[in-house]
Design a protein around this ligand. Sequence first.
Ligand SMILES: [Zn+2]
Length: 489
Amino acid sequence: MSLLNRHYTHPRSGLTNTEMKCHCTQSKANVILLRMIQDELPMLSLPDSIDLLISARWIVPVVPADQVLENHAIIVHQGRILGIVSQARAAELQARERRELPNHVLIPGLINAHGHAAMSLFRGLADDLPLMSWLNDHIWPAEGRWVSEAFVRTGTRLAVSEMLRGGTTCFADMYFYPETAAQVAIEAGMRAQLAFPVVDNPIPGAQNSAEAISKGLRLHDDSKHNELISIAFGPHAPYTVGDETLIRVRTLADELELPVHMHVHETAFEVEEAVRQSGMRPLQRLRELGLLSPRLQAVHMTQIDDQDLRLLDDFGVQIIHCPESNMKLASGFCPVQRLLDNGINVALGTDGAASNNDLDMFGELRTAALLAKGVSGQPTALNAHSALRMATLSGAQALGIAEQTGSLEPGKFADMVAVDLSALPLQPVYHPVSQLLYTCNASQVSDVWVAGRQKVRSGQLQLADQDGLLEAVNEWAQQIQIGDEQHDA
Ligand SMILES: [Zn+2]
């Protein structure tokens, strides 16, 4: 059962939280009203001594929307957020640990809603190529030769270290040996959705789609009681998975109420080929097969016509936008503002490091915001608060975990990131959220918590057993480079 008190009425103003949200965006005066009554927002009952109290110069809770709280403190107990109070009120509380963040902005942990973590070992292997030649001539041969459980273990550890250090507390992964990636995420204490890959051809770890599905379902069973891990079906793309397999995926996903994570409409070529071969756009085919639903996470969607837009809206499909990967592979542009204007949820992902080439969500956020303006011709498109929401709450909604994470609300897990805004290149600070979007980078992340457990402290990763990771990565890199040179020769 959720601890969230989602609908409440404020005792003095008589406003519901939804009304307060609307008021918040209506006028400056109402923003001030909201700040004044914030101290009185309901919170979960406090124990005699709380685990952690963090005082920050600014807190951006994401819910209520568009709000920046100055000189407040967040109360964390048993891994969850109990409430946000003024620093004056916080001074009266007993806490086992207190943290002062006088120059920092505290935000919800970032959610990287699409990637292929272990592909970090292929970072920079093949650049400046179109999607099909990048896949056919470089990535798929390299995967065929190198991918093993050991590869996935080292590659995912590399990715998890980069993501946590850069303020990402949750990632959605789609790669081979998902049970190994899940193990790495659990060891690191990071939240993850593992989409187990399903394609018609043999893949590393599964001879056919039936074996991939049965192994994936076993992983789902094994992970059921782990609060950090969720499992999704990962049919790679409409052009790599036939109707029969997709129907099986749909039937099982419906029965188990699991998400389906899939690359859809990544390029114009994909859509044109599908129309040529079947007379249908891929999204239309997914509709015929019964796959469109709020549990479908459609990654990329760079090609959207009016009919596609209606389908996405009618079925409440989740969109995962990967702007840097789309730009690097010249795949096209997802019309983010148009989707948002139609009430469609859009999350943000980096895609794998082989097509990005980093997993830096701050970089991705800035690219997304700038690209949305360029594509729509509107400088107001995807403003700073909307972009931050896309990388936090909208990500949680897309992955179906918004009751657990995505905003700094009482009852949710304390997945939080502090960004230090004291450095000279960040001065002066008029609007901290604008600074996060348009000026900051991942290296300014100072502290990261997942479910209240500290993963980065004063810029230092707090993971056990980091020794040896760099050596293991270098060993793989040497082998892969020699193999790539032989392949090219
Ligand atoms: Zn991808």
